[in-house]
Ligand binder design. Structure first.
Ligand SMILES: *Cc1c(COP(=O)(O)O)cnc(C)c1O
Length: 372
């Protein structure tokens, strides 16, 4: 039996129009000639990789980026033909799938480059981008190693040297010491790229900018930018750029009950009503990705008004206090975040985290509903 009605009260509305406006605003900022690579890793930060990839390419992106080989394969299986950068390091066992799914890996070392060349040799040339670590401390060769490694890659017939990349560690911060750190990374990167050229290798597409760098460091734009979070609608840099949040988490009231002063709500009895009131039950919980740590510090929007959550967030449900007198009815819509309600960045701030983590963690159980 196949259940083909993935309809739930709790849904993530994905506003593709807002995503496209964010992308067009990025295009306006960087000018017509640079390329845009859209990271769609982690299911496009929870928004749905295939749908976001299609929207991004239609709106003028040239490249996509994923973290896992499986994520790249999913895009190819959906018929997407654009270049796909593989940002994270693949395992040796995964190497044959890189040329098979025509992915463009970021390469940090000779061992991986050599293995890739041996695996690609039978078919067409495998494009790669060289990854240089200028101060992120995650992946990449050192700037000093870059020219030698570039020459090695360029000498491998089965590989096509197509680009050179680095990643910035603190680019979304406007603090003077962070700005200086980012400038230092960019200086080391430009020197390494010059070294690659001096070694007789064309560095291909040179790229460094994530969202923060795009907004705060114009000299990071180079040949291509890789903004993620900004396109999903969150500007964390403090720079002047109005991004529109793309995801809106909504649900519906499934039950309303009147309780008396002194009665408690939910596990652990952390909340006791100070007055007679009406409690609405909402079918959304930490199993959907609504963080349990938010218990007692979030509000939901119902018919244009905010109502506080009461008691602990459960796996599948949570409760909101509608107050003693209410005309709100069972089955009405409630917005958990986004849209007219406070967005995922505000929610993240309550928890001391970042909106990336909130949207990524909206679980598979929550249907994504695409709004044109
Ligand atoms: C995720 C990622 C990005 C995008 O970062 P944002 O902060 O979302 O703009 C860019 N480059 C690399 C290598 C990444 O892993």
């Amino acid at each position: 039996m196949v259940y083909d009605r993935p309809m739930r009260a709790t849904r993530a509305l994905i506003h593709l129009d807002r995503f496209c406006r964010n992308l067009r605003a990025v295009r306006e900022r960087i000018g017509p000639r640079r390329r845009i690579c859209v990271p769609v890793k982690a299911g496009a930060y929870g928004h749905g990789a295939v749908q976001i990839a299609r929207a991004a390419l239609a709106a003028g992106a040239s490249h996509l980026a994923v973290a896992a080989v499986s994520e790249g394969a999913e895009l190819r299986e959906a018929g997407i033909n654009a270049p796909i950068l593989l940002l994270s390091q693949a395992l040796p066992e995964e190497i044959p799938d890189i040329p098979r799914f025509a992915l463009t890996p970021l390469v940090s070392d000779r061992e991986f480059a050599g293995a890739l060349a041996r695996s690609a040799a039978a078919g067409a040339r495998c494009p790669i981008h060289l990854k240089i670590d200028t101060g992120m401390g995650r992946l990449g060769c050192s700037p000093a190693e870059a020219p030698g490694l570039a020459a090695f890659i360029a000498g491998e017939k089965a590989l096509e040297y197509a680009g050179t990349a680095t990643h910035l560690a603190a680019a979304d911060s406007g603090l003077p010491e962070d700005r200086a750190y980012t400038e230092g990374q960019l200086v080391r990167f430009r020197e390494a790229v010059a070294g690659i050229r001096a070694a007789g290798v064309d560095p291909g597409i040179v790229h460094a900018a994530n969202s923060g760098a795009l907004l705060l460091h114009e000299d990071s734009w180079l040949d291509m930018v890789r903004p993620g979070i900004l396109l999903y609608g969150y500007n964390l840099s403090g720079a002047d750029f109005a991004a529109e949040p793309v995801m809106e988490l909504v649900t519906r009231i499934t039950f309303i009950r009147r309780i008396q002063a002194g009665e408690s709500v939910s596990y652990g009895r952390t909340w006791t009503s100070p007055r007679d009131t009406c409690i609405a039950t909402l079918p959304v919980g930490y199993g959907d990705g609504l963080p349990r740590l938010l218990s007692g510090s979030w509000q939901v929007l119902i018919r244009g008004r905010l109502y506080p959550l009461a008691g602990r967030i459960c796996m599948d449900q949570c409760m909101a206090d509608l107050g003693p007198e209410t005309d709100i009815a069972r089955w009405e819509e409630a917005a958990v975040f986004g849209g007219a309600a406070p967005d995922a960045a505000e929610l993240a701030a309550r928890l001391g985290t970042i909106p990336y983590e909130i949207t990524c963690n909206i679980s598979k159980r929550v249907p994504r509903v695409y709004m044109p």
